[in-house]
Design a protein around this ligand. Structure first.
Ligand SMILES: [Zn+2]
Length: 137
């Protein structure tokens, strides 16, 4: 494989992330030749509020064509619309009040500057919901 074909060291890499708070470990795949964040939030149910760091990066493996399993998360290119939605969710969170002198629209536009085309969006492979057995008499 010619490494020079990739623009990013983490292209198609299977990476380990670990939560600094609850210790949860997770394998996350980068589905494209694009950037990935060093830190992401912990998805633990109920929310531990911690952040997960890319760990053991020396063990990252490049697996082109990897197929994430149910419940596994992976990075893909985020769209402009998703960037706008995710920024709006942060701005509208009552825990992050709008700083004085800023309008909501200004704040959103300013935050959107951090989202370049191909920004890393985390997506999870859905876990099929088990259908409750139908009752038959
Ligand atoms: Zn956690």
């Amino acid at each position: 494989m010619n490494e020079m074909n990739y623009q990013h060291a983490e292209a198609f890499a299977l990476m380990a992330y670990q939560c600094e708070k609850c210790g949860r470990r997770e394998r996350i795949w980068n589905s494209r030749d694009g950037v990935t964040p060093f830190i992401t939030s912990c998805p633990r149910e109920g929310g531990c509020g911690g952040s997960m760091q890319h760990v053991d990066w020396q063990n990252d493996r490049r697996v082109v064509g990897y197929e994430p399993q149910e419940g596994e998360r992976f990075f893909r290119d985020g769209t402009d619309e998703e960037a706008r939605r995710s920024v709006a969710a942060i701005v509208d969170d009552p825990e992050h009040p709008c700083p004085e002198g800023w309008t909501r629209a200004d704040l959103i536009e300013s935050m959107l500057e951090g989202y370049n085309p191909g920004w890393p969006k985390l997506e999870m492979v859905p876990v099929p919901v088990e259908q409750p057995p139908t009752e038959k008499e």
